[in-house]
Design a protein around this ligand. Structure first.
Ligand code: SAM
Length: 289
């Protein structure tokens, strides 16, 4: 991995990025050693996929993979089975691939992922791939949730913005770590179900908004970290403007329907530096007409 500090000011950098990422903040031409080449999709789905980024082939290359290491064949009915599956998920899928931040690992152990998936998929909740949540959307692969969370470099007193609430799972993981989470979802039905679910689960430090996240959430800005869980083809200007000094923006950027690059931007001294992390595959960041 490598970092390149962008010489323009924060605003002009962001304006440049509005025009598209290439040529504005891409990391040096030679790909960093830890940045794998993006490989063609073998299967149709979808999101949270990290081609070549991990030491195993279990990165969510399919919604229904053939042999996930922690597959639960039948939906367990007792909580101990879920706890066991979650522990296996953390050890085999997340720690083994290099995520080591204790707060992130604790959060991944704490959040009951099976409460965030549709009933039909409860038996696969801790498997190593994304799952459908309706409306053409997905809950991300556990590993990529943990990895993106780690890249935010969170502190317990932080206020974090997420774009793409989906099921609410990523928001819940964040809420286990930081003081306040603000999350925006564009699909009304998903926003409503996530809001209800998070309230039922007792997450009082999460606020959910139904909106086009392209504009961020200015009323609560600036944020100590911003995470985007759908892929736009450029950095929305508002997000760059709503980053606190020292804050990271973790965001997949690239063409809809293809592979994208995961980026970690950092706002420091009025500038944004950009680090290209890996090839990923996310659902498209959609816009309100
Ligand atoms: C991969 S899913 C998110 C998964 C989610 N973070 C979770 O933990 O379940 C991406 C989400 O981004 C939402 N989305 C897409 N474009 C958006 C936008 N402009 N503003 C807000 N949400 C958006 C989609 O509707 C979808 O729910």
């Amino acid at each position: 991995m490598s970092t390149r500090t962008v010489s323009a000011t924060l605003v002009s950098m962001a304006l440049g990025c509005v025009m598209g990422l290439t040529g504005c903040s891409r990391a040096p031409a030679a790909p960093p050693a830890a940045t794998p080449a993006v490989t063609p999709a073998a299967t149709a789905i979808s999101e949270g996929e990290t081609p070549g980024a991990a030491p195993t082939a279990q990165d969510g290359t399919s919604a229904v993979p053939t042999s996930p290491p922690t597959r639960i064949e039948a939906a367990p009915t007792e909580e101990p089975a879920f706890v066991q599956a979650r522990e296996a998920m953390v050890v085999q899928q997340i720690e083994r691939r290099g995520v080591s931040n204790p707060a992130v690992l604790h959060a991944m152990r704490a959040v009951a992922r099976h409460r965030f998936v549709p009933e039909d998929y409860v038996g696969q909740a801790y498997n190593d791939h994304p799952l459908p949540i309706g409306y053409g959307q997905t809950i991300s692969q556990p590993y990529i949730v943990a990895w993106m969370t780690e890249l935010l470099e969170l502190e317990s007193d932080y206020r974090v913005l997420e774009l793409g609430t989906g099921s609410g799972y990523q928001a819940a993981v964040l809420a286990e770590i930081v003081a306040e989470v603000y999350t925006i979802e564009i699909v009304p039905e998903l926003e409503e179900s996530a809001r209800i679910r998070l309230r039922e689960l007792g997450y009082e430090n999460i606020q959910v908004l139904r909106a086009d996240g392209y504009w961020g959430w200015p009323e609560h800005a600036p944020f100590d970290a911003i995470i985007v869980t759908a892929a736009p083809d450029h950095v929305p200007l508002a997000l760059a403007q709503q980053l606190e000094e020292g804050a990271h923006l973790v965001i997949p950027i690239g063409p809809p329907g293809g592979y994208q690059s995961l980026w970690q931007f950092t706002h420091a001294d009025g500038e944004l530096s950009a680090r290209e992390i890996s090839g990923v595959r996310f659902v498209p960041f959609t816009r309100e007409e």
